[in-house]
Design a protein around this ligand. Structure first.
Ligand SMILES: [Zn+2]
Length: 424
């Protein structure tokens, strides 16, 4: 007999703890809202790009730049203004991204309330006078209330714009410029492997001896599937820079390994200031089974030929993200990967170098439709989802990411030697 009552209780429990999800990012702020794994196109609300304000007060806000998000703006009373921030479509995770410029015709202080449609305040505002250098707002100038809105006390200088953003801006153009700069330290080829919904190139960086007909290992890197996850984006940059550096270790690594990096999987989301989705309102990191979206399809089609390439073997995959803590999602230890247990051994070494830093590790099965699992299922390789704390100290983030890359290079070279001596 079917135990209906138990089934009902199980369902109820799932609803309450919200963890019976096919996605893996259920920790902290991250969870899958209903329908996240249905990855067919959804309708998104295109952002109205404009500069609006209260002319009597001489206060103006603008979202007319890459990566901006601001839906509406109005005055509440003499000194309080409210900015409305909406997502690209709903339902969506609580990753309420915002970025806008504000200026006043006179020098004055105002209170600005950030009000999120179907979201709670999450990101500490970063302020900038030029859109390039950023400072987190002082604790004394922000108040978050129980309804999930945040009120900022802002000092505006006569006519000088103040940029306010959920995280420092790391736009599509910034990433392209950065990818190009990698060529100065090692041979790097940039290719367009496909186009997003809004026809932006999905770019691949091939670092190493791509033309080599000698057997080589392959390391796959993906990043920025989720637009607000800037700390993951910054970590991926440092990581790739370390692999591409002109150092003895990196040079030896690139003798045996080729790096295939797709550092900006979701260009439309990043440019549009989306909370999570691509230009078709879909969470790309839930589309690695159905492949309904052009961005994921492009990367899959670019990587699939490696399966039949006798001179290339995929050793490892890393997918960079951000959440409210430093956390790694390895493949469950009881599943055999090649190389086996690589993520665990790598993290153990990383913890030895940073004994005071907490790295959470939460193993996961391989059923969810995410990038890491596709790499495992397709190539048998070990892979990890590498999540960086939203609030990570940026200097520390750089040190950890650099060290992580160095350990991975050493360990992959060991694995390379092991399999090559076995083969002889
Ligand atoms: Zn993510």
């Amino acid at each position: 007999m079917v135990p209906y009552r138990s089934l009902f209780l199980l369902l109820l429990t799932c609803l309450i703890i919200q963890s019976c999800k096919s996605g893996e990012e259920f920790s902290g702020f991250s969870y899958d809202p209903e329908g996240a794994t249905v990855t067919t196109d959804k309708k998104i609300q295109l952002q109205h790009k404009r500069t609006i304000g209260i002319s009597a007060d001489g206060i103006w806000v603008s979202n007319e730049f890459d990566g901006a998000r601001m839906s509406n703006f109005y005055q509440v009373n003499d000194s309080l203004y409210r900015l409305i921030i909406e997502a690209e479509n709903y339902p969506v995770n609580n990753s309420p991204w915002y970025a806008f410029k504000i200026h006043s015709d006179s020098t004055r202080e105002i209170d600005l309330q950030l009000s999120y449609k179907e979201g709670d305040h999450r990101y500490i505002p970063k302020l900038s006078s030029n859109g390039k250098q950023w400072q987190p707002i002082a604790d004394s100038n922000i108040q978050v209330d129980t309804s999930g809105t945040a009120t900022l006390r802002l000092s505006l200088d006569d006519g000088q714009p103040l940029w306010i953003s959920a995280q420092e801006l790391l736009t599509y153009n910034n990433m392209l410029y950065w990818a190009d700069s990698i060529r100065s330290t090692s041979p790097t080829q940039l290719d367009t492997v496909g186009y997003s919904h809004q026809q932006r190139p999905v770019v691949k960086m091939t670092i190493g001896q791509a033309a080599s007909t000698q057997p080589q290992g392959v390391l796959i890197i993906t990043g920025r599937q989720h637009p607000p996850e800037v700390t993951g984006g910054l970590a991926s940059q440092v990581f790739i820079e370390t692999l591409a550096a002109d150092t003895p270790l990196a040079n030896s690594f690139r003798e045996e390994f080729e790096i295939r990096a797709y550092p900006l999987v979701n260009p439309d989301g990043v440019q549009g200031g989306h909370w999570r989705h691509n230009g078709a309102g879909v969470d790309l990191n839930r589309d690695w089974q159905a492949f309904n979206q052009p961005e994921t399809r492009a990367i899959r089609d670019d990587l699939l030929p490696l399966k039949d390439d006798a001179n290339r073997s995929v050793y490892y995959g890393i997918d960079f993200h951000s959440t409210n803590e430093n956390i790694f999602y390895p493949i469950n230890r009881d599943i055999t990967t090649f190389p086996d247990d690589f993520t665990y051994r790598w993290i153990e070494d990383l913890e030895k170098v940073f004994p005071a830093t907490h790295f959470a590790v939460e193993p996961f099965d391989t059923s969810s439709p995410i990038a890491k699992n596709w790499i495992f299922h397709t190539f048998g390789a070990d892979a990890v989802t590498y999540e960086v704390d939203d609030r990570a100290d940026r200097q520390k983030l750089r040190r950890v990411s650099q060290e992580a890359a160095q350990i991975i290079m050493r360990k992959l070279l060991d694995e390379w030697e092991k399999s090559n001596s076995n083969a002889q």
